[in-house]
Design a protein around this ligand. Structure first.
Ligand SMILES: Nc1ncnc2c1ncn2[C@@H]1O[C@H](COP(=O)(O)OP(=O)(O)OP(=O)(O)O)[C@@H](O)[C@H]1O
Length: 476
């Protein structure tokens, strides 16, 4: 019998029938699997996964409360790297195929044959090992290692840098020092600030203010409030947002646009921890944690020779500094976020969920997204509103992508100027498409130890298509 005792990866079984759970559990233990986790109520799975991290999942399709398909859709968002094997009855084959489309790794039909079970497990463990290797090479643990994944569930990503940011946010959760979030417009800075607040466990409210449109008087009034009679029309005492955020977090958005006079007031607030409502000489203590954000670059903000933004304020605000990567640097997130927004838009508009479609996906993949996720959201909502077919219509975005591409030419030029390995370096000259294809096939075979099923999966091909190509290559 195959023995999996060398693998430390836990195997999770999700099935509402306790007799099935016991039977599969027994089978796995007898194959030497070290850790078997049984989940009878699929609604409990997110909690179980939060503690486990990397694992292989066997998922029954037909369950009360939350079906296998619903669970799978959620997992694709929260744990996109985890291989999922569907367990299905003969009558549910169509649903199982739908699950494969949704990213399940394999399916088994009941009654389950021990050999098929073992081979599905072996493949899933191999996928775990391969993906782990790739992410380790990128400097990130396959395991998200998050203590509070639920606080990040609205931030859809599978990008290693983003997951690293989540880990950083958890590591500073007990600090009450200021946090500065840098990132281009629409990269999700506000979403991240919300997650920072949630992870911090602060019991007070999360209060946000966009300081870009505030002149100095309005800034003081908004943040610090005023006492009765402070100015004409101030007919009663009004507390400011610093007070409202007591015991919680105050999120100051667009901090890079703050006037010089307001910068001085903010610096005093952070340094001394006190503030004065307008018209009052009684100091109040600031009991809010300050999170700020800007879409100006770090260099533009911190440049000591420019007096636009005080460098002392920059350093005070950025005890903890978070740099959010633009969408064009995490292209692997585009399909994931697209699917999430597409489903969200369909739900909001009461329309059926449709496929994204190959052409639509390809057009998005080639776009630089100067407006990042906010821009992507605009396209998806518009395309969903116009959709009448089984997939999103690419013509709804093509014109818009061209317009924005012109705007973003300078960004693209910057990206191109980024030092790194060029295609020429890699291939010894600019490659033809055919040469690139061959190179990708070689790499996939090498990384999968010449296991053709694994290699085909890495390449996004069926095993048959890969084997056809390899045969053709052998003949030539
Ligand atoms: N990873 C993500 N997954 C899903 N939705 C996202 C993600 N990142 C951002 N969004 C969505 O994109 C939109 C813009 O995000 P957000 O307002 O947080 O960006 P921002 O960086 O604060 O932008 P700005 O600098 O213009 O204020 C919001 O609707 C947000 O919900």
């Amino acid at each position: 019998m195959i023995n999996f005792s060398h693998s430390k990866v836990p195997v999770v079984l999700v099935d509402d029938e306790s007799s099935e759970l016991d039977a599969y559990g027994f089978l796995l233990t007898s194959m030497g699997v070290n850790q078997v986790v049984q989940v009878q109520d699929s609604r409990r799975l997110p909690g179980v996964m939060a503690d486990l991290g990397v694992c292989v999942l066997f998922l029954d399709l037909n369950m009360p409360h939350k079906s296998g398909l619903e669970v799978l859709k959620e997992l694709r968002v929260t744990h996109p790297h985890i291989p999922v094997v569907i367990i299905t009855a003969n009558s549910e084959i169509e649903s199982a195929v739908e699950c494969l489309k949704q990213g399940a790794h394999d399916y088994l039909v009941k009654p389950i044959n021990m050999n098929s079970f073992a081979s599905a497990l072996r493949n899933a463990l191999e996928i775990c090992a391969l993906r782990n290797e790739v992410l380790t090479l990128k400097g990130v643990s396959f395991n998200r290692n998050l203590k509070y994944p639920e606080h990040f569930q609205d931030i859809i990503t599978q990008n290693p840098t983003m997951i690293g940011l989540f880990q950083y946010i958890e590591s500073i959760s007990t600090s009450r020092e200021p946090i500065l979030i840098l990132g281009e417009t629409g990269t999700g800075k506000e979403l991240i600030s919300r997650a920072i607040h949630d992870v911090s466990g602060l019991g007070g409210p999360f209060v946000t203010v966009d300081v870009a449109g505030l002149d100095d008087n309005l800034f003081s009034d908004t943040l610090f409030g005023h006492s009765k009679g402070a100015y004409t029309g101030a007919d009663k005492h009004r507390e400011g947002l610093v007070e409202k955020a007591a015991g919680g977090s105050l999120f100051l958005d667009e901090i890079g646009d703050l006037s010089a006079a307001s910068q001085v007031k903010l610096l005093r607030l952070i340094q001394e921890g006190i503030f004065y409502p307008l018209g009052s000489d009684r100091p109040r203590t600031c009991r809010a944690r300050i999170i700020s954000a800007t879409n100006k670059s770090r260099n533009a903000l911190a440049a000591v020779d420019q007096d636009q933004f005080r460098s002392d304020l920059f350093f005070r605000l950025s005890t903890h500094l978070i740099q959010v990567p633009p969408l064009r640097e995490r292209k692997e997130d585009i399909p994931l976020i697209t699917a999430y927004l597409r489903d969200q838009a369909a739900k909001a508009m009461g329309k059926p969920v449709v496929e994204t479609g190959k052409q639509f996906s390809a057009a998005l993949a080639a776009h630089p997204f100067p407006g990042n996720i906010r821009e992507l959201k605009t396209y998806i909502y518009d395309a969903v509103a116009q959709s009448t077919d089984t997939s999103l219509r690419v013509d709804t975005i093509l014109d818009r992508l061209t317009d924005v591409s012109t705007v973003s030419q300078s960004q693209a030029a910057n990206a191109a100027a980024t030092p790194g390995i060029t295609l020429e370096d890699l291939m010894g000259g600019f490659p033809t498409l055919a040469a690139l294809t061959e190179y990708a096939i070689d790499q996939a075979l090498e990384r999968s130890n010449h296991n053709q099923s694994q290699a085909a999966r890495l390449l996004g091909l069926s095993k048959q298509a890969l084997s056809k190509r390899l045969k053709k290559r052998d003949k030539s």
